[in-house]
Every structure is written in C-alpha cells, then in structure tokens.
Design a protein around this ligand. Sequence first.
Ligand SMILES: [Zn+2]
Ligand SMILES: [Zn+2]
Length: 336
Amino acid sequence: MRIISCIKPGELAYRDAPEPVCLPGYSIIKIRRIGICGTDIHAFGGTQPYFSYPRVLGHELAAEFVEGDARCWRKGDMVTIIPYQHCGNCIACRSGHTNCCQHMQVIGVHTDGGMAEFLMVPSHLLLSAEGLDPDQLALVEPFAIAAHGVGRAAVLPQENVLVVGAGPIGLATMEMAAIAGANVLAIDVNDSRLAWAKKVAGVKAAFNAQDRRLEELLRDATDGDMPTVVMDATGNQHAINNAFRFMAHAGRYVLVGLQKGDITFSHPEFHKREGTLLSSRNATRKDFDWVLENIRVGRITPKKYITHHIHFNDIVEEFPHLIADANIVKAMIYLD
Ligand SMILES: [Zn+2]
Ligand SMILES: [Zn+2]
C-alpha cells in the first residue's frame, strides 16, 4: 500500500509499505478522509514537541471497517476513531481521564497515523459513524478537542468567553462555547478568520489581536468585567503569555493550544484575580459521543469549516502550498 511519510521536518514523501496484518484486539480500516490538523502542520514545521521522525501523520480520520474483532461492524461500514491510545492502568486512566494518560500514544503523533491506504487501530477506539458522511466523520476529533476544552472551562450560560485564535480548533471552541450559552468573543491576527468566526461560529464580537486598544475593546464588550473565561487556541507562546491580562477577576484561563516554551505571567496580577489556570489535552470518549450526537441532530455542522479538498495523490506536492495559504481553514484529504 501507499503511505505518506514525514521523513523529517519540511519533507513529505510517498512510500510503499506492507499492508497491516490484523492482530488480536485490533481492526484494519481503509482510509477515506484525513483532516489536516494544526498538529500535522506543526509536525511538518518541526515545532510540535511530541514528534520523532520519520512519521506517518494523520489522526482525523474517516474510514471503512475492513476486518477485526470489533463485533459491531461489518466490512464496508463507515467508522471514525479516537486516536488516543491510552494504557488503562495509570493514575489518569484509573480515574477516567484517559485523554491525559501518562503513557499516551496518539495515532499520527507518537505512532504512525492515517496518511495511508490502510491502518490497524485498537478495536476499542473505533466509533460508529451512523448518520454521518466521511467529511463530517473526519471532523469529529477536532470538535471533540473543542468540546473538551469548553468542558474544562465549565462554561456557564451568559458568561463572557474569550477565545484567542480562530483556526479550526479555535472556531470549534467558539461554536461549543456559544452552544453552552456563553457570550463569545474572539481575537486573532487574521481579519478574514475573524469574519468567519462571526459568520459561522456564533461569535458576538471579534477583535484583531494587533489592535492597540484591545484591552479597552474587551472591557467595553463585557460591560467593564473582562472575560471570565479565556481560552487559548493559538499554541503561540507570545499570544498565551499576553492573554493572562484579559482574564476577569475570579476567572479561569484554559490552554487548549500547545507550544514548546515556558509560560510566564505576573504573579501579582494573577494572584489578585485569584485566577485558575487549566490545560486541556485531547478529549474523552464522552466528548466524542457528544460531538457525534450533535452532528447527527444538526446542532453542529462542522463541514462549513472545510475550505479545501485535496486528493491523496496530490498531497506531497501540494502540502507546502496548502499550509502557506492564508485562506485555509480546514483542508480534507480524500482517497476515493
Ligand atoms: Zn487534530
Ligand atoms: Zn494511562
């Protein structure tokens, strides 16, 4: 079968690899869609902390079940996967926090992923695709990440929630916070992304991060309160450190995005707010189920974020151009 390998940062290449042979506890799936994620772009750029090379990227998948000991599926059934392989034994897993397992092995990050014709995955990580098409299915994972982040923030109705970064995860986070009933504010450096956020993600007010009056604008938009929840979806060190000052007194700050460096902030400023700092890693099965159900009933329509469709055969050549395109929100690789 053909695979796409990220040989080293900046280099993708087609390779021939043997088709996987199914092991007990696993299933073989035939890949139909691969969503391109910020994680893949960071891996390609060499800026993601958990990567080693060569690596087959791709963890946002829609696939057909081929074979395996997952009893609920028959050959040809559409599935998606939870790409987070957890150990089941560590302190986090034992308390149900499988998303932050001590020995986490994310498919497409720590182990080879879905930029391939076939993939073998643990059967218990397959999810039913009933009522969803391949594009929707491949978007379940990023929406589950957003749902998890909003869950970590414990967003309440009417709260002012600021989401920093209007990429796919940021937009999904905005939409989830809006569904939770929040008054959602967005900032980003890209005005066309901000326009998207207002148009499709339920955002009430959007501001350019480079606006000098940003703090004042946020204060005005929140009746002087400032946002009680700030969520980072940039994974940018400067943006993360800078956004502490936007958090209201008694507020919480949730890091959905990830970067390689240290977080620094003023202790007196944080202390006087009695701030709460949280990270949000991956998502749990509950988040995936919630997203699947909400797509089924039409409450969330993630396909509106797809701006590009690229065939698997064109991706090696197109990938560098694709990620440099300022108009990209979500790109989807197809193998039909
Ligand atoms: Zn992703
Ligand atoms: Zn574990």
